[in-house]
Write a protein that binds this ligand. Structure first.
Ligand code: DAT
Ligand code: MG
Length: 140
């Protein structure tokens, strides 16, 4: 069965959206295979997680945001879960995320120089899902 990796980011945990996000996963019939609250995520882990973004000028605030508080990480499984979870999350930018998606319903609009806080992460391909699951759950 296909698996994907997800994060409820520090803004989602701080704002009390854990139950809401997990409810949506269960409503869609996906299986929660793993679920862990990580209270101290290192900058090194986030840099590895966002390996494709590390060199970008906008990256340092993302690292700061992602290590700013507890995150909930997990693995969910089901048919086409990678693509479906991306659809459920909505677009990266809050202003582009459609109502009905997690980001479209909950991500706060970001000002000019504010980091994008968009509640959730999900792997964007089969390759990313495998890599991220190994990174977060097998290399401790
Ligand atoms: P997604 O989280 O939708 O997979 P991504 O992997 O391209 O998007 O980027 C990871 C996070 O980094 C994203 O949730 C918000 C932030 N981000 C991405 N592109 C950005 C940009 N051009 N400016 C500022 N923040 C950005
Ligand atoms: Mg991504």
């Amino acid at each position: 069965m296909e698996q994907t990796f997800f994060i409820i980011k520090p803004d989602g945990v701080k704002r009390g959206l854990v139950g809401e996000v997990l409810k949506r996963i269960e409503q869609r019939g996906f299986t929660i295979e793993k679920l862990e609250l990580r209270t101290k995520v290192s900058e090194g882990l986030i840099d590895q997680h966002y390996q494709d973004l590390v060199g970008q000028s906008f990256y340092p605030p993302i690292r700061e945001f992602m290590t700013s508080g507890p995150v909930l990480v997990g693995i969910i499984s089901g048919p086409k879960v990678i693509e479906t979870w991306r659809t459920m999350m909505g677009a990266t930018r809050p202003e582009e995320a459609l109502p009905g998606t997690i980001r479209g319903d909950f991500a706060k609009a970001a000002g000019e120089n504010e980091v994008i806080q968009n509640v959730v992460h999900g792997s964007d391909s089969e390759e990313s899902a495998k890599r991220e699951i190994a990174l977060w759950f097998e290399e401790k």
